[in-house]
Design a protein around this ligand. Structure first.
Ligand SMILES: [Zn+2]
Length: 214
């Protein structure tokens, strides 16, 4: 929900120091005259702090934008808040922000009911062979050789395996995986395609992250 914090830029503001971007805070809100409430008190929740480079901030923006996009004002969706906080914590502790961001995206897709099908063909339900496979967001996952079209790019088996590990929720093992640039790009390719297929508008933060790469 939207709220105004009045006078936060003034040096003597009591609210300003606690209201940093992407922070985890406890707020006391007063009802405003318009649609926006007014921040009366704010306290930082102990824990993570997102700071540093542009890339980390850009991933934090993605987490925040997606969480905001899937919830309407004053209508929380179960689990979105907890997942966003958990993802920010992971982003703050992880040396590679892309890794934390990818974990968040798969968890968010799962929470929203858009998790890609990873074990069996998204079209004919046949179990997938242990080999590279084409991905179709429209079909909802990976396709077997019979269902894939010849023009479709294949996603490496290593990527599919990492996605399966992520889907199993085993964060401890995921943290220890070596993910080189190619594997990371391939993971993001699948996750971003799936996400954008299900959102009616593109995410600004995702477009920004993609321009950083090129
Ligand atoms: Zn099939």
């Amino acid at each position: 929900m939207g709220a105004i914090a009045k006078g936060v830029r003034r040096p003597e503001s009591k609210l300003g120091p606690s209201l940093e971007l992407y922070g985890h805070v406890d707020l006391l809100l007063a009802r405003g005259r318009g649609e926006l409430d007014v921040v009366a008190q704010v306290e930082r929740v102990p824990g993570y702090r997102i700071e540093g480079d542009v890339e980390r901030m850009a991933h934090a923006a993605l987490i925040a934008e997606l969480a905001e996009r899937v919830c309407e004002d004053r209508h929380p969706v179960d689990g979105v808040y907890d997942l966003a906080v958990m993802a920010m914590e992971e982003l703050a502790r992880e040396s590679d922000p892309r890794r934390a961001s990818a974990w968040f995206l798969l968890s968010a897709l799962d929470l929203l009911g858009y998790a890609p099908q990873l074990m069996s063909c998204a079209s004919c339900e046949k179990p997938l062979a242990a080999k590279p496979a084409a991905f179709s967001a429209e079909a909802g996952g990976f396709l077997c050789d019979q269902c894939a079209l010849p023009a479709m790019d294949e996603v490496p088996l290593a990527t599919i395996k990492v996605l399966r590990l992520m889907a199993s929720g085993d964060l401890a093992t995921y943290r220890r995986l070596k993910l080189d640039d190619n594997l990371m790009a391939s993971l993001e390719g699948v996750l971003h395609t799936q996400l954008e297929y299900h959102l009616d508008r593109r995410l600004k933060s995702l477009a920004f992250l993609n321009t950083m790469r090129t």
